[in-house]
Design a binder for this molecule. Sequence first.
Ligand code: PMP
Length: 308
Amino acid sequence: MPITPTKKIWMNGTLVDWDDATIHILNPTLHYGWGVFEGIRAYGTSQGTAVFRLTDHIARLFRSAKVYFLEPDFTEAEIVAATKEVVRIAEVESCYVRPIMYLGYGEMGLNPLPSRTEVAIACWPWGLYLGPEAMANGCRAMTSSWQHINQNSIAPQGKGTGQYVNSSLSKVAALKAGYDEAVLLSPAGNVVQGTGENIFIVKGRTLITPPIQEGLLAGITRESVMTIARDQGYEVVEHALVRTDLYMADEGFFTGTAAEIVPIASVDDRNVGTGKPGPITKELSEIFSAATRGEVDRYKEWNEHVRD
Ligand code: PMP
């Protein structure tokens, strides 16, 4: 999806013009994928723009950094404040926000430890990640022939830049085959997640999503949806799923910051339920969407306003 530039990008404590936010071609993160990042969204609310669960996202960024021995010169609180500043000065009502920690220029080779840790934060307006058609009518998913990375290959719980090659290989295969999104399976054949989303199925009044141990990212949208669903009186369980569970579910949906909540119409050409967005998916999606816009009192602490 194309990027619409905003004015400034925060780089290591300085606001630089969008076009000047560049790094050297011999930056080691470009070559070896040793970096960590976040994807966050800010939404318009009646009290101005608010970043959704910003503190939780930055906490996850710092947990990911730990996996990769990245040691930024900034505290979590400083990165939270810098993110708010970037969104504030962008003067957009809503946007996607991308903080990244990467290696500084100067060292090369597979040992990242001598390199400095650099931090940048950018934001730009970004529409529906899987498009309006998928959002309205559900997306067509296929199981990927690429296995999901596992705990013994790359650290799936850290949001490392390099591990997204696994997601992109699956995404490209799905798009080339005419689908909207891929579902990745673990080496054991269990459902893990989408390429940039967690996955849920609905059976009766129960929501089922794979447990963290399958090698998925502990999504903040996943957690928000679990909270909303429980508050609405649904049972939510974390349990291993195999691909046939997707085929046989009443409803299915993906969750993620970029994607938000996207109904799954079919998996491997089998309709999930009726093949249309299900009632529970729609209900949770409406509440989630209202919560992002600061319209649900119960979830107001999720709206972190960029202006006091
Ligand atoms: N899984 C993967 C692989 C992702 O990239 C993302 C997006 N960050 C998610 C799940 C969803 O996480 P979140 O809801 O925190 O955006």
